[in-house]
Design a protein around this ligand. Sequence first.
Ligand code: PHE
Length: 355
Amino acid sequence: MTDLNKINSVFVEKLKTIKSKDELQHLKTEFFGKSGEITNQFKKLSSFQGEEKKKFASSLNKLKDNFINLINKKFSEFESLEINKKLKDENIDISLPIRPFNQGKIHPVSQVIDEISSIFSEIGFSIAEGPDVETEYNNFTALNTPENHPARDMHDTFYLEKNKKLLLRTHTSPVQIRTMLNGKPPFKIIVPGRTYRSDSDQTHTPMFHQLEGLHIDKDITMGHLKGCLNYFVNEFFEIKNIKMRFRPSHFPFTEPSAEVDIQYKIKDGKIIIGEGDKWLEILGCGMVHPNVLNNVKIDTKKFQGFAFGMGIDRLAMLKYGINDLRSFFDSDYRWLNHFGFDPLDVPTNYRGLSR
Ligand code: PHE
């Protein structure tokens, strides 16, 4: 019995010094392992008889159960210490200042393309696209622009090969050709995209953006063209009854051709659209030339229509009061932050269409 008391006090003392789960495991082996103290006492059992055996067995079992309980209790203590430490280490410090957050902005050109696309889609136009690198055939020849036409001049056009067969498109009009070659009339498309001309000053950059329009069907007239552009201008500038004027002009691929001017005035150094008696040119247009329709094998006795082309950057400058076109393409974040649009702000004339 005294043996058991001694074992008990040794165990209790040792348990006090235990500092980790590992040490606890060692202690367990020391007492319950193959030649552990408790195991040895159980081996002794057979040397007792009768009452004595019973008593000893009962005390030994009690001792064993007590040890096991103490070990388990210690084990849980270590477990909760570990969990608490983990919780403390992984805690979010809500007093920390937030990291700087830069929200992106939508470039005015992207914004205006979205606005224009949504205005034209409302009246049944769909969006077509074409490559920036074009053949001189699509860019000029098929558009009834003869070999010696000044528009083909080396000074304006970026040719990509000595033989002048490939170039950077000078306007979005070649997509008229691509669309008509690839399908059957009727056609009713708009084409936003990048265009290139060798030119650079406050209102010209070598790369700029145009939006082409093409509507071919039976019985399409200049009246439809006027109605369509009139609707567009009022919607785009969000002003009712802007005065427009169709001024006779010339493009090789339209006949008759016109340029469209809108009414404006200057007040305190700022352009005000829709008021005053000055005229501002905003686009070129006309009835598609029969030679163009013949080039894409459309029967001119059955089909006819109109086309127009406008400078997107210029429209963005006018609508949002930006006066240097070159700043559009400087990639200056401060500029974009000022003139750009919040991605979550839905423009007033947005109709649920995105590019
Ligand atoms: N492509 C012409 C330009 O770049 C614009 C235009 C398009 C004119 C369609 C008439 C018809 O100036």
